[in-house]
Each structure stands twice: as C-alpha cells, then as structure tokens.
Design a protein around this ligand. Structure first.
Ligand code: AKB
Length: 317
C-alpha cells in the first residue's frame, strides 16, 4: 500500500478535495499528486496544473512522479453539461480516453466515477437494478454510459485494472459541488446554518439517491483496495447510501432549526431529476466487495449542521 503513487485529476472539486486528503492520510503526503486545471492556492500539497485533454502532459507527470494509480475525477456534471453539450462530451470523453490510454501504456490502476445519471426515463426508478436500460437524457449521462463501456473494453481487451462506481448525489460539509442536479442537497444545509430561507430548484417530492461524503470516500477506497478477483464488474457498480426528497430534508433540518424554511422554484434541473432513479439496488457491490453504507438522512443532517455551524462561526469570529 505504501508504495503506491497516486495522481488525482479534478482534485479541487467536491469529491477530489476530500478524497485527496484521505489518500494523503493513508498513503503519505508525498504519495499523492493533486492535479486540476487551476491551482488550488494551497502550496502545502503536491500539486501540478493539468488539463486532462492533454495526454502528453499527463504522460510527463506519470513518468516524473512514478504514478501507479489514477483517480480520474475531472468531469463536467449533469446541469452544467446541458448548457454546452458538445464541450461537456469532449471533456468527459477525451479526458477519460487519455486516462485509459496512459493506464494501458504505464500499467496503472484507474478509478472512474460514473453516476446515477447513466439511467433515464425508461429505467425502473425504484430499486434500480445493476443491469437496467441505460438510456440517459443528459449529455453527462451519455458520457458516463460510454465511459463505463470504454472502461470495460480496456479491462477485457488490454487488462487495464479499472474500477468504477455509479455515485448518487454526494453531500459533504468540506467542499461545495458545482454544476450538478443534486447540488441542492448541500446548498440547503448552508442556507439553514446561515439563517436563510432556501429556494430549491427541485420539486419538494423529487426523490433522489444520495450519499454522505464519508460513505462515498470509504466506498471509493474499499473498491480500489479490494483484491482484483473480487471486482467482477468492470463497467461500473451501482452504489447506494440513502435517498430522500427536498421536503424530507427540510423536515429533518427543522428538527434542529425549527424556524428553517424552504420555497420551491423548479427549473430545468427538475426534468433531469425526474429521469433519474429514486433508489438504487447495490446488491452486487455488497456481495462482491462488502459494501455497506453508514449514514442515513438523520445522521447526515446532524453531522452537516454541526460542521457547518463550526465553519461559519470560525469565519465570523
Ligand atoms: C450531478 O448531479 O450531476 C452529480 C451526479 C449525480 O452525478 N452529482
């Protein structure tokens, strides 16, 4: 484990920020190279600017640092992708392709984050099975379906050790999401702690699969550290944490902050949410590599509010 050198793309993003910290804790600070299109401003970590569209630069960094694993988190998410579909497709697909090609060339293990966005309106929405119709309605979803298939192809054809999960919406206090349809589920906690009324861009009864950051990081590392023979699915694993509606989060927050209020002004993101599952069957992840989530909505709410209260108090004092 100590001999791994890990490159993370999109390291400044919502998941990357937290994942790189955990990787540094486990593998050592000098074993984790954060990369992103722009510098994070943190000069205390190993960091290189990297645009995943440039394969040559990627290869230079792999050689320079002796990289053995890549967590490829750089991507354009569902809502932002709809503003400029061709651009989102190019970044999501060319980026992944470059990663898979260098993985083949340098014999690297790869993590590819897929998403519940691979599903669409033709898929059963409750307890969505692993093997279901994949007919997504966003360019992000289309790129994730194609990406999953490319991962499986590179594994079968070239033996690339690529591993992937279909993340639900991820909720964490450590970082902000950007450009997703599930982003409301983080923003709502910030509004609640700041004493603001939250304006939700989804309908109050729009149920979506969600997961706490701690569970998401643990799932990612458990999959990446599992023996290769246990990783039987090389496209992407369904992964479940919990699921809830905006109205349910509001009620849960009100148990801690009774005066908290939300209003609803659904926009184009409601249509995206309506095409996604409400809940996920992750039986294969549980069976193959022992996945089990720990956080439900009450635990997420209590932990988010406690950490964000601390954060906002520290910023005003
Ligand atoms: C998004 O909303 O686009 C992402 C996702 C579910 O993949 N959070």
């Amino acid at each position: 484990m100590e001999t791994e050198t890990i490159l993370v793309t999109g390291a400044n993003g919502q998941i990357g920020t937290v994942l790189t910290e955990e990787l540094r804790r486990r593998y050592g600070a000098s074993a984790v190279l954060s990369t992103d299109i722009r510098h994070s401003g943190n000069n205390n970590i190993l960091f290189e600017e990297l645009d995943v569209m440039y394969k040559d630069r990627l290869a230079v960094l792999i050689k320079k640092y002796g990289v053995s694993q890549i967590y490829h988190l750089a991507a354009i998410l569902s809502a932002k992708g709809e503003q400029n579909p061709k651009w989102a497709w190019e970044i999501n697909m060319a980026g992944l392709f470059n990663i898979l090609e260098v993985a083949r060339e340098f014999n690297l293990r790869v993590f590819f984050p897929s998403s519940i966005a691979v599903f669409g309106g033709m898929t059963p929405r409750v307890n969505t099975p692993q093997y279901a119709v994949l007919q997504p309605e966003t360019v992000y979803g289309i790129s994730k379906v194609a990406g999953e298939n490319w991962c499986q192809y590179f594994h079968q054809k070239y033996g690339v050790d690529v591993r992937s999960v279909r993340y639900p919406g991820i909720i964490g206090y450590q970082s902000l999401p950007g450009g997703g349809t599930t982003d409301y589920a983080v923003e709502i906690f910030h509004s609640a702690v700041k004493g603001e009324t939250f304006e939700c861009f989804l309908e109050p009864d729009s149920r979506l699969p969600m997961m706490y950051m701690a569970d998401a990081i643990r799932a990612t590392l458990e999959l990446m550290e599992a023996p290769g023979e246990d990783v039987k699915i090389r496209s992407s694993y369904n992964l479940a944490g919990t699921n809830f509606t905006p109205a349910e989060v509001v009620r849960e927050i009100q148990k801690h902050i009774p005066e908290f209020k939300a209003t609803y002004k659904p926009d184009f993101r409601q249509q995206i949410a309506a095409s996604w599952p409400e809940s996920i069957d992750d039986g294969h992840a549980r069976e193959d590599w022992g996945w089990a989530p720990e956080f439900g909505l009450p635990e997420i709410t209590a932990d988010m509010l406690a950490h964000l209260r601390e954060y906002y108090q520290a910023t005003i004092s």
